[in-house]
Design a binder for this molecule. Structure first.
Ligand code: HEM
Ligand SMILES: *[C@@H]1O[C@H](CO)[C@@H](O)[C@H](O)[C@H]1NC(C)=O
Ligand SMILES: *[C@@H]1O[C@H](CO)[C@@H](O)[C@H](O)[C@H]1NC(C)=O
Ligand SMILES: *[C@@H]1O[C@H](CO)[C@@H](O)[C@H](O)[C@H]1NC(C)=O
Length: 321
């Protein structure tokens, strides 16, 4: 075997070994903070509820932060790192720039936790818990968040651009984007149900309301006043116009009525038999949606976490120690 061939083999073996290590990283099902920081979970929950009382929409933003964290090199709080003069992180990547919200809530939680138990609770775990607490606060399901994530010392602008699915994707590409992360078409539908809460900017749905034909006419018309052809790019409209701050199955009913706000939302119904059936099933069965959403969130929260001595526990979620 030539030197070149041999070194290619070695690189491949190292790569495989790393994949195995990554998939082995384990989170804990019992709460590791129960003894080390017994007030951690109640502190986070109280802060989330306070933030939601002030702004009902912030719960959705906190849920989305966890998603955008986990889909980009795993749930490691990389999404929270601020850019510096010598470092460009994920915050200004296409899917995130002028779009992610809720950072101040995470900052407030982190400083409260640093005051009671310094350098114990990771920013990545805070994101996972804040996402769960937000869903519960908006009348959605609860789940046992697995814990023990550590925080990254880096972030990837390029990965944020390539790994977070775009709202312009068709159903086949949505299915493959989720399959790349280990999710089935059913789980794509389940997790997209997160769009039962929250808002989107005019710029991400303008093409749909002006150019697409599978949209309920009066729904499109009503959106155009806040989303003209020119300007108002950042004006927000609810993803689920029926019940924007309530975690329920209205999102799926909307899809059946051609009232999906994003192109990617509407693609889940009417575009493929492999997603249509799941949309229909959830519409008629809220408990099934809740149970599957809880399970899928635990799975998403387990994407490539840093554990053991990898990474660090940041003292400030916006920068490495
Ligand atoms: C299926 C692929 C997905 C696509 C293409 C997508 C795309 C988007 C887009 C374009 C927005 C609006 C962003 C803006 O206005 O700038 C949005 C908002 C949101 N997304 Fe997704 N998303 C997807 C999946 C998910 C998943 C899996 C979750 C969570 C489990 C999620 C949670 C949210 C939430 C809660 C909001 C509202 C955020 C807020 O109000 O601040 N999305 N999504
Ligand atoms: C992010 O948004 C700001 C403000 O709109 C803009 O000036 C900047 O160019 C954007 N950054 C990237 C990388 O697109
Ligand atoms: C509608 O589609 C046309 C043709 O593809 C395109 O030029 C135009 O920019 C689109 N309009 C919007 C609002 O996206
Ligand atoms: C939008 O701007 C373009 C060029 O700037 C102009 O031709 C068009 O009439 C404008 N459309 C609206 C609806 O104002």
């Amino acid at each position: 075997m030539g030197m070149k061939r041999c070194s290619v083999m070695i690189v491949m073996m190292l790569f495989l070994q790393q994949q195995i290590l990554i998939s082995r990283a384990q989170l804990s099902s019992h709460n590791p903070y129960a003894t080390s920081c017994p007030k951690a979970l109640t502190t986070i929950k109280a802060a989330v509820y306070t933030a939601i009382l002030k702004d009902r929409g912030i719960g959705a933003s906190l849920l989305r932060l966890h998603f955008h964290d986990c889909f980009v090199n795993g749930c490691d709080a990389s999404v929270l790192l601020d850019d510096t003069e010598s470092f460009t992180g994920e915050k200004t990547a296409g899917p995130n720039n002028n779009s992610l919200r809720g950072f101040e809530v995470i900052d407030s939680i982190k400083s409260q936790l640093e005051a009671i138990c310094p350098q114990l609770v990771s920013c990545a775990d805070i994101l996972a818990l804040a996402a769960r607490d937000s869903v519960v606060a908006l009348s959605g399901p609860s789940w046992a968040v697995q814990l023990g994530r550590r925080d990254s010392t880096t972030a990837s602008y390029d990965a944020a651009n390539s790994e977070i699915p775009s709202p312009s994707l068709d159903v086949a590409d949505l299915i493959s984007a989720f399959s790349n992360k280990g999710f089935t078409p059913k789980e794509l539908v389940t997790l997209s149900g997160a769009h039962t809460i929250g808002q989107a900017r005019c710029s991400v749905f303008r093409g749909r309301i002006y150019n697409e034909s599978n949209i309920y006419a009066s729904f499109a018309t009503s959106l155009k006043s806040n989303c003209p052809l020119n300007g108002s790019d950042d004006t927000l409209s609810p993803l689920d116009s029926a019940s924007p701050v309530s975690f329920d199955t209205a999102y799926f009913k909307n899809l059946q009525a051609n009232r999906g706000l994003l192109h990617s939302d509407q693609e889940l119904f009417g575009g493929s038999a492999s997603t249509d059936a799941h949309v229909t099933a959830y519409t008629n069965n809220p408990p099934a949606f809740f149970a599957d959403f809880a399970t899928a969130m635990i799975k998403m929260g387990g994407l490539s976490p840093l554990t053991g001595t990898d990474g660090q526990i940041r003292t400030n979620c916006r920068k490495i120690n």
